[in-house]
Design a protein around this ligand. Sequence first.
Ligand code: HEC
Ligand code: HEC
Ligand code: HEC
Ligand code: HEC
Ligand code: HEC
Length: 171
Amino acid sequence: MRLRRASFLAFSAVFCIREAASTQTSRQVAPSPPQQPIPFSHKMHAGNLQLQCKGCHPNPDPGEMMRIAPPSTCMACHSAIKTDSPAVQKLAAFAKEDREIRWARVYEIPAYVYFSHRAHSESGNTCAECHGQVAEREQLYREGDITMGGCMNCHREKKASLDCSYCHEPR
Ligand code: HEC
Ligand code: HEC
Ligand code: HEC
Ligand code: HEC
Ligand code: HEC
């Protein structure tokens, strides 16, 4: 009990700092897409070519995180497609040296929040409900609302729990 209270106080401290900092910046403005190491179009791959999300985004055990497929997956096509493109040549170099591409994060929540992709998929939530119309986007930006308010709105609508301890305490 004492431990729980201590960690809750830690939250509250974070809360005050964040609130103070956020008075200067507005959260309403749609954030612009981050600069990516290689320009990648979901509109081309998931839209025009209709590749499945899970082909590039596996959800390994325990299922909390999604992954982004390594360069070798891309090379199944790009060892032959668009080999004259500088972006594809950069991709090929990563694959050849077996190096990880450090894609800039688009969606991220703090480590003290509990969230599982698998649990959300299994309860029928779609990628688009949280990430928007990905297959229509040339570049991804944070268009889905993953603030606490965004989580709460959907939980209220779908009658999922709103208890603080649902998302915050180690369970
Ligand atoms: C199923 C085949 C396939 C896979 C898998 C694939 N691509 Fe592509 N990619 C294409 C096709 C087709 C195009 C469009 C080529 C064109 O414009 O003629 C393309 C275009 C591109 C381009 C634009 C090249 C340019 O300069 O116009 C980049 C960059 C790219 N892909 C990166 C990737 C990355 C990174 C991955 C892996 C995460 C990947 N692709 C996986 C088929 C694929
Ligand atoms: C051909 C491979 C490929 C396919 C198919 C694909 N993605 Fe991606 N995805 C990527 C790559 C590469 C990135 C990193 C670059 C970026 O953010 O655009 C990414 C990034 C993302 C991100 C942002 C990750 C972060 O940092 O927060 C989301 C969300 C996402 N994809 C959702 C989807 C959804 C939903 C679909 C299906 C409609 C899909 N993707 C299909 C390759 C793919
Ligand atoms: C209920 C909302 C929700 C749904 C549904 C959802 N995501 Fe996410 N996604 C998130 C949140 C929140 C994050 C940030 C997680 C973090 O920072 O740990 C995220 C992050 C990601 C990332 C970055 C890697 C990671 O796991 O942090 C990828 C890629 C991604 N999502 C793809 C997808 C795809 C593909 C689908 C559909 C199969 C999907 N997401 C469904 C909310 C969701
Ligand atoms: C699109 C709607 C939607 C959004 C957005 C959403 N959730 Fe959920 N969440 C659900 C539903 C539906 C369930 C399942 C409830 C049930 O089965 O009783 C759930 C269940 C959960 C669970 C319990 C399942 C588990 O993993 O053990 C947690 C924790 C949770 N959500 C956290 C979050 C967090 C954190 C966010 C924001 C980053 C979020 N959710 C955003 C719809 C949503
Ligand atoms: C459905 C999931 C969910 C529930 C339920 C939830 N939170 Fe949160 N909470 C979040 C997420 C996600 C963040 C991170 C938001 C961000 O950084 O954008 C967060 C952040 C916070 C923060 C840090 C300050 C901030 O705004 O970034 C505090 C404090 C907090 N929550 C307290 C609470 C309290 C108190 C309750 C119960 C009334 C609660 N939370 C219920 C998901 C949830």
